[in-house]
Design a protein around this ligand. Structure first.
Ligand code: NAD
Length: 352
């Protein structure tokens, strides 16, 4: 049963980590290391069952292979999950025991923060292994990735505007930004600096007030964001917001934002394409965060990070070209770019 699962997704290795004394139950999934060591975060979540935890780690680690490949990184895809409640089950022993398991893989898997995990947890993991990113800046960490993600999202937007309208005049277009958290507010700032008309929404009223007060955005209701007359819809909150209900309401000609898993399913991706809306694939657009932490591996450098973010423009352009070349929706073209890169680099047999 488990091996069948691994076959479906094509995983290389899955490690079940157990330490009864500290209450650690974790799974590390290494999906693919053709491009390099598998980089991906550790998620802590009170899964309903061990099967749910396994499904999640398999799905997420495969996603990291594609994300890292499209980002142009020499890194493969992996992910880890710790089964537990982040509010109740954290301890030094738990994270240090987890760190020992990461260490035992000798660098095939490099971990990072994900849902339920913060920089202090990573510091504990770091005591047991060097194969960790997202530690405090004094230890060579890169800090909050959100401004980089926002800047990378802007690069994705420029490529999208160019593709759709033949120019990159951000200020000539209007935007509907959903979610004003760490990334969304930074993105609104970048848009407003370029003189764009921006509609915003968030469940958090203070954040909306900030976008209106500091950046001159126009506030709209949580559900109204799908109806505004904006050229670009930018999901920066939750996944699945492009779905059967919302798509017929959208007037946007471009979908480009930082949220993960924006398309509710592949059929919606096909429908987006049919409607002539240009979808900038989320995992290519929001790769700023992973690019940033990837630089911690060789010694973090902010200037290099900014240069790297600009490659997102070229990655998007390449995806749009593949979409046209193969006559497939852009979400599919992104996967093809990843697969082509893994295949080509696999043939090079680079020295490890
Ligand atoms: P965040 O938690 O700081 O912000 C999310 C914001 O969305 C919050 O302000 C929240 O109030 C708002 N929100 C939640 N539900 C909403 C709704 N129904 N309508 C409107 N607003 C709603 O998260 P973040 O770090 O800014 O990340 C935003 C998205 O980008 C997430 O999907 C995340 O996975 C993705 N992402 C973030 C990074 C990064 O560097 N932070 C990197 C890659 C991808």
């Amino acid at each position: 049963m488990i091996f069948e699962h691994l076959d479906t997704y094509g995983h290389e290795q899955v490690v079940f980590c157990h330490n009864k004394d500290v209450g650690l139950k974790a799974i590390i999934a290494i999906h693919n290391t053709v491009l390099g060591p598998a980089l991906g975060g550790t998620r802590m979540w009170p899964y309903d069952s061990e099967q749910d935890a396994l499904n999640d780690v398999l799905r997420l680690s495969r996603g990291m292979t594609y994300k890292n490949a499209v980002a142009g990184l020499n890194l493969g895809g992996g992910k880890a999950v710790i089964i537990g409640d982040p509010a109740a089950d954290k301890s030094e022993g738990l994270f240090r025991a987890f760190g020992q398991f990461v260490e035992s893989l000798g660098g095939r898997y490099i971990t990072a923060e994900d849902v339920g995990i913060d920089v202090n947890d990573m510091e504990l993991v770091y005591r047991e292994t060097q194969f960790v990113t997202g530690v405090h800046q004094v230890h060579g960490g890169s800090g909050d990735p959100s401004p980089f993600t926002a800047y990378g999202t802007m690069q994705g937007l420029l490529a999208s505007l160019n593709r759709k309208f033949g120019n990159e005049d951000v200020g000539n277009y209007s935007y509907a930004v959903q979610g004003l958290g760490h990334v969304g507010i930074e993105f609104v700032k970048l848009l407003s600096e370029r003189g764009a008309k921006v509609f915003v929404t968030d469940i958090n009223k203070d954040r909306v007030a900030r976008a209106v007060g500091e950046y001159g955005a126009e506030a709209v209701g949580l559900d109204e964001i799908y109806d505004v007359d904006a050229d670009v819809y930018s999901p920066c909150a939750l996944g699945g917001t492009v779905n059967e209900k919302t798509l017929p309401r959208l007037k946007a000609k471009i979908i480009c934002g930082a949220a993960n898993n924006q398309l509710a399913n592949n059929a919606i991706g096909d429908e987006v394409e049919k409607r002539g809306i240009l979808y900038a694939p989320d995992y290519a657009v929001n790769a700023g965060g992973v690019m940033n932490i990837s630089l911690e591996i060789d010694g973090y450098n902010r200037e290099r990070a900014m240069r790297m973010m600009r490659t997102i423009y070229h990655n998007l352009t390449r995806i749009f070209e593949i979409s046209e070349r193969d006559g497939v929706p852009t979400y599919m073209a992104a996967d093809r770019l990843a697969e082509e890169r893994i295949e080509t680099m696999g043939k090079l047999k680079l020295p490890l």
